[in-house]
Ligand binder design. Sequence first.
Ligand code: ZN
Ligand code: ZN
Ligand code: ZN
Length: 164
Amino acid sequence: MSDPIEYVRERLAQQDQRLTPQRETVLRVLLDHADTHLTAEEVYLEARNRAPELGLATVYRTLDLFARLGVVRRLDAGEGVARYEFHPEGAGHYHHHLICLECGQILEFEQDLLDRVERAVERETGFRVVDHSLLLFGLCPNCQKPSDGDGDRPRSDREASGPA
Ligand SMILES: [Zn+2]
Ligand SMILES: [Zn+2]
Ligand SMILES: [Zn+2]
């Protein structure tokens, strides 16, 4: 896999666009937070520390451009605000996201496992699947733990049955 900065520079060049210093700042913020999914506002706040002249509108435009080029993925987790993450070269189909309904944490699940669905859709509809965006809603391991009696939520009968 090539240097992500050079990869984005090439993808931009294919569209007669340049990796300007401002665009590079936005990109580096995303690369430095590869383990999370940042909102445009969060990208802006971080980018502004590095390049004070950078405006929020530029951040939005840059994220839009990156998303169009496929080097950044836009995630709508149902919060009314989009989140962004770098999509590395050769990453294939988009990974799945697990959204915790209690704490709002967004976890990732890297296995695709949708091959059968994709093939069935293609076979039955003639539609060619190139990607997907799948959100699974539930409770993360932390939020499943009993609350030690300080909450009024009913305990599940199943809590004792799991391993660990
Ligand atoms: Zn897939
Ligand atoms: Zn949680
Ligand atoms: Zn993700």
